[in-house]
Design a protein around this ligand. Structure first.
Ligand code: KG4
Length: 330
């Protein structure tokens, strides 16, 4: 039997520092995540300077824990992968620089990874063979976009948000209503208490054939409603808001897949952890169509997805030199 390939993944693009070891691009041996949510909570959003300092303080410890958790040492690694784009520049630098040091000292290939592609890879770390093509719906705090994915590194954008990302809309409404941070999980939980009695906000209905997303309108509708109805039940308000945000995601994703005759939809990113979204996707799927979503723990930022997609670049020789750089945008 061939020797297994062991990869270390590092992630620090936003407010999670993470390190993971993955075997053969599919088996997660360790997956260590340090969330900075508590550091940013008072600001209701990520403060870049605080984020990069916290990444710097924690990353070495996380790398040690990831290696120990996998029962291996630096000398066992075959490659090191790190998110290099998109994200906060000061934050991205911490994982990529750490990866460069490991690559240089251990003489193993460096694989810079696109964070968005890594998110879409997460469901393939749970036993499913990687296959193509599929439609990828990426919904996180910084991105909301639909992709036609044909292979590793081969994906076209079908549509993306013209204003807020879906997760950002959750975070902003939670901030406005003083519900807590991050907004997605608190809104999901609160909305459960208003099943069947949510506020009916207008449907988000852009032109037929439009592939874009837009969330500033629903955000304004909610804020105006709260101004006009100061005594409104918060659970009913967030329930109505959540329905509208999620139904646009579901409608757009299935329309893109059906127009192209594609029967598989991969959904990833922090918002994909939302149970209501997962149910809506399952309900909308027709016979022969499949929705592939990672378990909630792999939907939010992690380094296993980085090591996982990194394996495929490593295996096809697409590695980088030590002058690889970070990029704020894709
Ligand atoms: O992918 P992620 O961890 O980080 C990036 O943005 O890259 O996603 C975080 C986003 C936040 O906006 C958060 O509010 C949202 O995902 N989120 C959720 C849920 N869990 C996290 N949104 C809706 N429902 C959830 N259960």
């Amino acid at each position: 039997m061939d020797k297994p390939v062991l990869g270390l993944g590092l992630e620090s693009s936003c407010d999670e520092t993470a390190a993971a070891v993955v075997r053969d691009g599919r088996t997660v041996l360790s997956n260590i995540i340090s969330s900075q949510v508590d550091l940013h909570r008072d600001y209701y959003g990520v403060v870049p300077e605080i984020a990069s300092r916290a990444h710097l303080e924690t990353i070495n410890l996380l790398i040690e824990r990831a290696l120990r958790g996998a029962g291996i040492s630096f000398g066992d690694l075959d490659y090191v992968a790190a998110t290099s784009r998109p994200g906060l520049i000061g934050s991205l630098m911490i994982a990529l620089q750490s990866a460069k040091v490991i690559s240089y000292t251990m003489e193993i290939p460096l694989v810079p990874v696109n964070h968005l592609e890594a998110h879409l890879y997460a469901p393939f770390l749970e036993g499913r063979e990687l296959f193509f093509p599929w439609i990828g719906l990426l919904v996180s705090g910084g991105n909301t976009a639909l992709y036609h994915v044909r292979g590793v590194g081969d994906m076209d954008v079908i549509g993306r948000t013209v204003d807020d990302a879906a997760g950002e809309a959750f975070d902003k409404i939670a901030k406005y209503m003083e519900l807590g941070y991050p907004g997605g999980p608190v809104i999901e939980k609160l909305a459960l208490g208003a099943e069947g009695k949510g506020v009916l906000f207008p449907k988000i209905l852009p032109e037929p054939g439009d592939t874009r997303f837009s969330y500033s309108g629903i955000k304004t509708a909610v804020i105006n409603y709260l101004k006009m109805n100061p005594g409104a039940d918060p659970a009913a308000v967030v329930h109505g808001f959540q329905e509208r945000v999620l139904e646009l995601l579901v409608r757009r994703a299935f329309a893109a897949a059906r127009e192209r005759g594609i029967r598989s939809l991969v959904v990833a990113g922090g918002v994909a952890a939302n149970g209501r979204l997962r149910r809506m996707l399952a309900e909308e799927a027709r016979a022969g169509e499949e929705v592939i979503v990672a378990s909630p723990g792999l939907c939010t930022d992690n380094a296993a997805m980085v090591a996982g997609i990194g394996y495929h670049y490593f295996a096809s020789g697409k590695t980088a030199s030590l002058d690889a750089d970070v990029h704020a945008r894709v």
